[in-house]
Design a protein around this ligand. Sequence first.
Ligand SMILES: CC(C)C[C@H](CC(=O)NO)C(=O)N[C@H]1Cc2cn(c3ccccc23)CCCCCCNC1=O
Ligand SMILES: [Ca+2]
Ligand SMILES: [Zn+2]
Ligand SMILES: [Zn+2]
Length: 171
Amino acid sequence: LAYHAPGYKWEENQISYKFTSYTRQLPGSVQTRAISSAFRKWSDVTPLTFETGRGDVNIDIAFGRREHGDGYGNAFDGRGGTLAHAFFPGRHSMAGDTHFDDDEQWTMGSDQGTNLEIVAAHEFGHALGLGHSSNPKALMAPFYQGYDPNYKLHEDDIRGIQSLYGPNRRR
Ligand SMILES: CC(C)C[C@H](CC(=O)NO)C(=O)N[C@H]1Cc2cn(c3ccccc23)CCCCCCNC1=O
Ligand SMILES: [Ca+2]
Ligand SMILES: [Zn+2]
Ligand SMILES: [Zn+2]
């Protein structure tokens, strides 16, 4: 439809992000690489670019446990259960913010624990404006599908994000 509710997507294609906290379970360099790799899944198929910023950015990334500052309805639940959550685009201060439950065992490159990059890629789908997919094979499905070293966006994810931002027009 021609009219779109304000806040359903970001109005600019250049998206900034920063960490406001890290997990102690992985080296910082591993976390920053996991996050930039998760963003790349989305920039590969849209005109969006992602860059780290300071101060007021679109997507603030944090790790927290239980009640972590965004209201009791959003408290995490210890190991297992809910792994992370993210806020949709908008003008309010929490818009785009992405939080990871630090009671999970965050890993990279291992089939143990919970893979940070895959979960981040799912959460960034929300932070960019996508809801959940009913296709269980889609990254935006509401359930973590386990470790997959070759995970990629499903066509359902690509269709969804391109309906908001269009295709990747770069080469
Ligand atoms: C998609 C994912 C990256 C983010 C989603 C949350 C989400 O949609 N964030 O945007 C998530 O954490 N889903 C739960 C859903 C879930 C599965 N169970 C649960 C038991 C209790 C509460 C929730 C769950 C059964 C036991 C398995 C628990 C461990 C895996 N957890 C999940 O798959
Ligand atoms: Ca949890
Ligand atoms: Zn939160
Ligand atoms: Zn989700």
